[in-house]
Design a binder for this molecule. Structure first.
Ligand SMILES: C[S@@+](CC[C@H](N)C(=O)[O-])C[C@H]1O[C@@H](n2cnc3c(N)ncnc32)[C@H](O)[C@@H]1O
Length: 266
């Protein structure tokens, strides 16, 4: 088990669960709608939710008719997930699993899932190849892997959100943006997902090419990509909120599928 990462998320679990509930603004407006579009779920499908946190997305999918196995590294996150899921008995099962460890996926049934999802967590996984290599084996015919991630090009630890004010011929104009000063070299850095969280988390920042490389090498191909934006009626809660920079996407959502005839996986 990745104890360093597990300890951080255990320490953040109470705060995270209180903030996230059944989905915060980012999830409700960006992540969930885009992931659900790319998933195109059918009733009764078996879904594996990797790094499920407090289980909010797993419960959404169960509400849409899926049977979900939701896994996470943090026991405290899983405790919150279980506590919120009484009405989903038989439709969501939670289990502890380290997605950075290749051995973790061996016990899961070959072809057992119509879909695998990973919501806003690939940047939290220390190693991506174990998950990438497991996907071709775990996914049944027509299977897909749908992920969302902090946008590698705009929303990483090598970026700074800026707010500028300009006197434009007598009118004060404020403009938000992102100043990117590090991108290409993968790095591990502490950062905050939600302001006020008790412990900064470890981010494993990768440029887009490195984020997708393990999946391509495992024999998957990208067949859909979205950069969702907040609808205009959602108002910023802080001056540097992502909601105030509608032309810059904070989240990237994608779909990968095993390519028929291409060898990959484990
Ligand atoms: C940002 S939270 C996202 C939770 C959830 N997917 C959501 O969207 O609400 C990241 C989660 O990744 C989990 N995590 C980090 N490393 C992991 C690993 N190696 N295996 C499984 N889960 C991991 C953490 O415990 C945490 O619950």
């Amino acid at each position: 088990m990745d104890n360093e990462v597990a300890e951080i998320w255990d320490a953040n679990a109470d705060f995270w669960d209180a903030q996230m509930g059944e989905g915060n603004l980012t999830h409700r407006h960006l992540v969930a709608p885009a992931m659900e579009r790319l998933l195109d779920l059918r009733k009764g499908e078996e879904v594996l939710d990797v790094a499920c946190g407090n289980g909010q997305f797993a419960r959404r999918l169960a509400g849409l008719g899926a049977h979900v196995l939701a896994v996470d590294l943090s026991e405290q996150m899983l405790a919150h997930a279980g506590a919120r899921s009484a009405e989903f008995e038989g439709r969501v099962e939670y289990r502890r699993l380290d997605a950075s460890n290749p051995a973790s996926f061996q016990d899961l049934r070959s072809g057992g899932f119509s879909a695998v999802v990973c919501a806003m967590s690939l940047m939290d996984l220390r190693h991506l190849p174990p998950l990438a290599r497991a996907l071709p084996r775990l996914l049944g015919p027509g299977g897909r892997f749908v992920f969302s991630v902090t946008h590698p090009a705009f929303n990483g630890t090598g970026m700074r959100r800026i707010l500028e004010e300009e006197d434009d011929g007598g009118t004060l104009v404020q403009r938000g943006g992102v100043f990117v000063y590090e991108y290409l070299t993968p790095k591990v850095a502490l950062g905050l997902a939600i302001p006020g969280q008790p412990r900064p988390q470890l981010y494993f920042d990768r440029p887009l090419s490195e984020l997708l490389r393990p999946f391509f090498e495992a024999g998957l191909a990208l067949d859909a990509l979205e950069e969702p934006r907040f609808p205009p009626e959602v108002v910023p809660t802080r001056p540097t909120s992502w909601i105030g920079v509608p032309e810059i996407p904070p989240v990237l959502v994608g779909r990968l599928r095993p390519v028929a005839g291409r060898r990959g996986g484990d």
